[in-house]
Design a protein around this ligand. Sequence first.
Ligand code: GLA
Length: 727
Amino acid sequence: MSVEYDITTRIFTLHTKNSTYQMQADSLGYLLHLYYGRKTKGLTDWALAFSDRGFSGNPYDSSNDRTYSLDVLPQEFPVQGTGDYRNTMLEVRNDKGVYGCDLHYFGHEISEGKYSLHGLPAVYANPNEEAQTLTITLINERLNINVKLLYGVLPDKDIITRSIIVKNEGKNPFTVMKLCSSCLDFTHGSFDMITFHGRHMMEKQFDRQRLHHGSHVIGSRRGMSSHQYNPFVILAEHDTAENSGRCWGMQFVYSGGFEAAAELDQYNQTRLIMGLSQEKFSYELEPGEKIIGPEVIMTFSDEGLSKLSQNYHECIKKNICRGKFRDLTRPIVLNTWEALYFDFNGKKILEIAEEARKLKVDMLVLDDGWFINRNNDNRALGDWIADEAKLGFNLGELVKYVNKLGLKFGLWVEPEMISENSRLYHEHPEWAMIIPDDKPVLGRNQLVLDLSRHDVREYIFNSVSKLLEQADIEYLKWDYNRSINEVFSHKTNNGKVIYDYMLGLYEILERINKRYPDVLIEGCAGGGGRFDAGMLYYTPQIWCSDNTDAIDLLKIHYGTSYGYPAIVVSAHVSSSSNHQTGRFTPLKTRYTVAMSGTFGYELNPLTLSNDEKNEIISQIEQYRKDSAIISDGLYYRLSNPENETFCAWEYLSRDGSVALINVVVLLNHGNMPQIYITPRGLTSGTFYRDIENGKIYASDALMDSGFPLKMPKSDFEGYTFRLERLS
Ligand code: GLA
């Protein structure tokens, strides 16, 4: 059993293969957190310490026990208004505007299988995979609030998930002002917080900061998980490194605004919480209504950051991504965006498709610019009708021609948006999220549709369906190119819009997934603006960045690798000089970087030299050979591109027999110190042979000292090493 309950002490224990999580419903009915760490036997209530702490209040029911304070004790579900002045998970206001809500343990249930969440993405268990759910019910009798804390355990994956359901069981409405799904309290210890900040075209930059007294808060107020902060954080002890030390992760399965806060308090205790952003959120619950706090995926590793990442990789690959593409090598695409932008016609597309076929890509993706009136990015969003005059064909015909050449066909869409200059806006200005009589903030000169409305969701579903019905479209790039600013709906209570928007998006994607299981959807939000586990539940790959520069991508991929597996990371080889940075890089390097995920090209093949074409043909051949190890292998970071002159990473086959090691040199320097590459995870006590040059290495020495990289001759050289175990 991975979930145990000790009836005498009221202690709950969640066991995974390598970790244990423990909490206690104490005699006052509060849920105290006891332990999350290395797998252990027994009960750990001895971990609680009680002392009289001035200005830390005591619950009335503690009968003036001044050593009992929720301001100090480690909690599982800290709630505002209970004398805990740290960051809390829930804030409730009644219909008179009074804050506060004290919740007490009421009961619990342990069930087989992993819970799911109505209308929200969540980790699922596979058939025959062991999984259990613990549901703890807490109640407040004054307001008649019923809270269910959900814990899901996937023991083999070392994963524990948390979610929360708040229900109004009373006769009067109340409003949820803050809702978090997960909390981790540490009574002592000193930690770094690792986060992934960024911006459009430079997402998921690794950042590691020592916690100081106060709160270190990251999040997004943009109605999207955002380029600015990824909804994923790690707490690590100061000496935790890639292959040693303790660390804890929280990853949000949600694509809207979020907040993650780590607080070091007055007694040097640390609390980490994660949940919905409070920005423009005040969710009124009428009697009988409820709200679900999106899921947080937690994992613990005492073998360093690589293991923590690998736990997340497995979970995202096999328990978040769904559908037939989950386990398939994804098509190698040629995308028209950086090749043509808006400047094309049907003839040009077919010329490119013909060249793409010769290069042996699988699919042509027609990016933006294919629908009526869309010759630049100022207009026409919402009118999802192919521009036959521009294309020279209807969509069905175009796709048939492309298919005839032996290529699959994919299409770009941005269904959540509306342009003022569009037929749709003319007909339905009230569908755009703008505040009446006010001037909206524009983003890429476009507005966001109000997905909290049923009629808007119907429109989006029907227009996307219509496209998919009229042509054999096997892939959609589902884009989203601005942040939400005006949170206003003509139909929905305004405090609910920001959350209901996400429910609306998930409902549409679920319907499309169900009706068109053979269509692969790639998520995108100007690159990685919505790169999160929520989207991955519906779109098993996401365009990682609008920056296709191989050298910038090294850092973006490096940050991404902490929480997400390579198979979900979409990246393309583009032209040199690069369109975003102007940088020149060798084709080999661009391939080495892009192939570290789901892979394709985004350049005009008509402008390539014969040598380049031949190189691309061999790259594609090679990728087909390597794709299994890239998608299924264990991933190791072998460098830190922040402070090293190179970036290196490794994929190791499950049985340890083959290692694929990619290296890219950053800036070359005169008389550079020698670079050594140190593989990891190889089978100890064996020998490995470099397939290219035949060199043989003893695995232990290699993992200790590494092998020397030949002195680079210029900046940005890229290498791939394939090591095979000699059995
Ligand atoms: C966004 C995407 C790009 C491209 C353009 C098209 O920026 O991230 O890849 O599709 O839109 O307008």
